[in-house]
Design a protein around this ligand. Structure first.
Ligand code: GLN
Length: 491
């Protein structure tokens, strides 16, 4: 039998339906792969018993002929999603051994459709970071290495475990979340496909909140089709999240292979940064050429407020984070560090439980929300956010169907290489992705090529609200032209 872990999700679905193999065999193959790849530190919790029992249940459903669309497909779940009876920590010491008594809406929809839980995936603490180095469980290794080098690189973040596990063939797909780029940047660093859907497309209920007006769940997968299959199960209206939108979920897979002839693709002038590596420029033009050859029309567009997006994001996101993280007080859940009185208990718990990056965000957020600074920072950032959104709306009203940009300003970097002295160095990773969260739009990252050192690079497509289908159609054109990339196994 071919190696079951190297199948795409679509191929595995067929193999299961044809009874070429069972979900239990598929699941066991992945559990062995996870065991053999512990050096990557992608999983923070393995759930083999639960995986096998879910696989048996899926096999029974397949045999009965009532299999859901993801029946028997083994997945990894970012540790930001609450999983009933399975420890959920957001990779923060402050949640300690928290075991939720409830399941997030997104994951419950995956189980409803027959998917199998392999375990929980590493991420930056509370999803704050771009390299997975802020996790209390330690960094994750990228399965990709530079040609001729043994240095371990970061898989990006915050969904580093998800991207690494999917790229290393440890799971067939993974859930992830994206507040400023955390699905798309790690996807670009690992040659996987990641889509952040429109704000409101997936329920946020049961996902540990970072910045509630920006957070969205989405999948990381090994192909555009696989991402479409996963998103269909993850998306949908949920009365428990008032920001989730009540519009039907289309069959995203049907968008794959649809003609993109006549579509208008915008190339934003402002994304051409000074000092951007020539390789990224080259990749971007190649992407434009591929879309043009498929019949799309390429037009230059302007998003004039782009340069304010990162500074505005680093006000809005910490502001919301400081408010969301107020609940971790040592009383309600997780870690408790005693004190002489309740105030001291709060202080001791938060001092001990939060890592340095989270503390930095809480302090920034509290500062920009405080009386006297609120108007100057928070209110101003909200106004800038409206202008950023309007830039995109102006493009779309002029008939642009989607916007093509690089996904990241560089390829993956080494562990410990960035942000040590200056956190802004790390924040700059999200320069092409945060605008999309600020505007609430869908964005997909698709592998598009490699740099001179053999590391993968991705392109990003940004779409109209709730038009993920166009992103899948265009993304697949890029995938077909660029081919698929897989890391050489060293772990
Ligand atoms: N890297 C960004 C941050 O640290 C975005 C993280 C995310 O999307 N969760 O805030």
């Amino acid at each position: 039998m071919t190696d079951l872990t190297s199948l795409t999700l679509a191929a595995a679905r067929k193999g299961l339906a044809d009874k070429t193999f069972t979900s239990l065999e598929l699941t066991d193959a992945h559990l062995s792969a996870i065991e053999a790849a512990r050096v990557l530190n992608a999983f923070v919790m393995e759930t083999p018993d639960q995986a096998r029992s879910m696989a048996r249940e899926a096999d029974a459903r397949i045999a009965r002929g009532d299999a859901g669309p993801l029946a028997g497909i083994p997945l990894g779940i970012k540790d930001l999603f609450a999983t009933k009876g399975v420890r959920t920590t957001a990779c923060s010491k402050i949640l300690d051994n928290f075991v939720p008594t409830y399941e997030s809406t997104v994951t419950s929809q995956l189980w409803r459709d027959g998917a199998v839980l392999l375990g929980k995936l590493n991420n930056d603490e509370f999803a704050m970071g771009s390299s997975n180095e802020t996790s209390c469980f330690g960094p994750v290794g990228n399965p990709w290495r530079r040609d001729g080098s043994n240095a371990t690189l970061v898989p990006g973040g915050s969904s580093g475990g998800s991207a690494s596990a999917v790229a290393a063939l440890l799971c067939m797909g993974a859930t992830a979340t994206d507040t400023g780029g955390s699905i798309r940047q790690p996807a670009a660093f690992t040659a996987t496909v990641g889509i952040k859907p429109t704000y409101g497309r997936c329920s946020r209920w049961g996902i540990v909140a970072f910045a509630s007006s920006l957070d969205q769940a989405g999948p990381i997968a090994r192909s555009v089709r696989d991402a479409a299959m996963l998103l269909r199960s993850m998306a949908g209206h949920d009365p428990k999240d008032t920001t989730s939108v009540d519009i039907p979920v289309p069959d995203y897979e049907a968008a794959i292979g649809k003609s993109v002839k006549g579509m208008k693709i915008g190339i934003p002038r402002e994304y051409r940064l000074d000092g951007m590596p020539a390789e990224i420029e080259k990749l971007w033009s190649a992407g434009a050429d591929w879309l043009r050859s498929a019949g799309a029309e390429l037009v230059e567009v302007s998003l004039p407020h782009t340069k304010y997006a990162l500074p505005a994001y680093y006000i809005v996101a910490p502001a919301e984070a400081s408010s969301n993280l107020a609940r971790y007080d040592g009383v309600r859940y997780g870690l408790r560090e005693q004190g002489r009185n309740i105030i001291e208990l709060y202080e001791n718990t938060r001092a001990e439980g939060f890592g340095a990056e989270v503390k930095r965000r809480v302090m920034i957020g509290t500062y920009v929300l405080s009386a006297g600074y609120y108007d100057a920072y928070y209110l101003r950032a909200q106004k800038v956010r409206t202008l950023i959104k309007k830039d995109f709306e102006d493009c779309f009203t002029k008939g642009v169907d989607a916007i093509l940009t690089p996904a990241t300003p560089s390829a993956a970097f080494g562990i410990g290489e960035k942000g040590g002295a200056d956190p802004v160095e790390m924040y700059l990773n999200d320069i092409f992705t945060v605008t999309v969260n600020m505007a609430g739009l869908p964005g997909i990252a698709v592998p598009a090529g490699k740099d001179a050192q053999g590391l993968p690079l991705g392109l990003q497509l940004i779409g109209r609200p709730f038009d993920e289908e166009t992103l899948f159609s265009l993304g697949e054109v890029i995938e077909q032209a660029a081919g698929r990339f897989r890391p050489a196994r060293w772990w």
